[in-house]
Design a protein around this ligand. Sequence first.
Ligand SMILES: NC(=O)C1=CN([C@@H]2O[C@H](COP(=O)(O)OP(=O)(O)OC[C@H]3O[C@@H](n4cnc5c(N)ncnc54)[C@H](O)[C@@H]3O)[C@@H](O)[C@H]2O)C=CC1
Ligand SMILES: O=C(O)C(=O)Cc1ccc(O)cc1
Length: 301
Amino acid sequence: MSIQRVAVIGLGLLGGSIGLALAKHCPDITTTGYDADPATREAARARQLVGTVHDSAAGSVAQADLVILCVPVGAMAFAAEAIRDVLPSGAIISDVGSSKQSVVESLQAALPGHTVIPAHPVAGTEQSGPEAGFAELFEHRWCILTPPEGTPDDKIADLSAMWKRLGSKIEIMDAAHHDLVLAVTSHIPHLIAYTIVGTASDLEDVTRSEVIKYSAGGFRDFTRIAASDPTMWRDVFLHNKDAVLEMLGRFTEDLTALQRAIRRGDGDALHELFTRTRAIRRSIIEQGQDDARPDFGRADH
Ligand SMILES: NC(=O)C1=CN([C@@H]2O[C@H](COP(=O)(O)OP(=O)(O)OC[C@H]3O[C@@H](n4cnc5c(N)ncnc54)[C@H](O)[C@@H]3O)[C@@H](O)[C@H]2O)C=CC1
Ligand SMILES: O=C(O)C(=O)Cc1ccc(O)cc1
């Protein structure tokens, strides 16, 4: 049976975008929603992010055949516990969290006997909150599903079909593998951006105005990433701790090797690495995986 009633818990960037995308691409699907923050519920009503915004999590999921938790990964367990007693028995419970292993564990613990299919739409911006969402966020983007062993195939097919209707491409993988891959492709890049922007602004002989004035190049891209939501990213690092620390160890070794090459004047080592990384960027563009929308994710979006 295809999905007909979707409840969205958490009506910020991701939850709001899902509501708007369902309205755009799946007008046959009824949407309800809830957010713990009353001001966000008001804004969600004003923007019509979902069909009906409820004042309780329980009210929003009572009729749902799919519930999508769109809250920071550290809040997933609380959000799941809040619907435990009212979740319809056949409903799929899913989420959009940026890390998956700890999320699947807490959802299964909070909702025993329910079908849990974690998902990660690899689509977002540095913005957050109910004003930030837009219907096109998921178009041409990957959505990674990490169903635990034993998940019924028809439920995976139903959830995949819905994400495809929102414009996403589907990949299925193990939660632990997801967390390692995303640690190196998303989480550590964010950590580097937070670090470099922090380092630059801490320098005693570089004034804040100089940081702003000369941030036209690569540094400007880092400032966009470093403007990402502090609560969300705190939770990602605390909940994907092992994978992040593993990849951070490798990154630190590589950084040390570069430090040595610079100190020794080893231009060949630098040139070899920069040639390799340039080829990676070019192959991403050739595969059409770069951002086709020039204004996508920019601060002035
Ligand atoms: N921001 C991004 O670019 C992406 C974020 N994600 C993931 O999506 C999730 C949501 O992120 P955003 O939408 O960006 O955050 P957001 O901050 O825009 O929205 C989160 C919303 O959850 C609400 N909330 C928190 N605890 C709650 C609870 N217990 N019950 C109900 N509502 C609650 C907050 O009030 C807030 O409105 C996170 O897990 C994040 O890792 C995934 C892909 C991209
Ligand atoms: O804004 C950007 O560049 C992002 O990288 C957005 C993003 C943030 C978190 C995710 O889990 C997925 C995508």
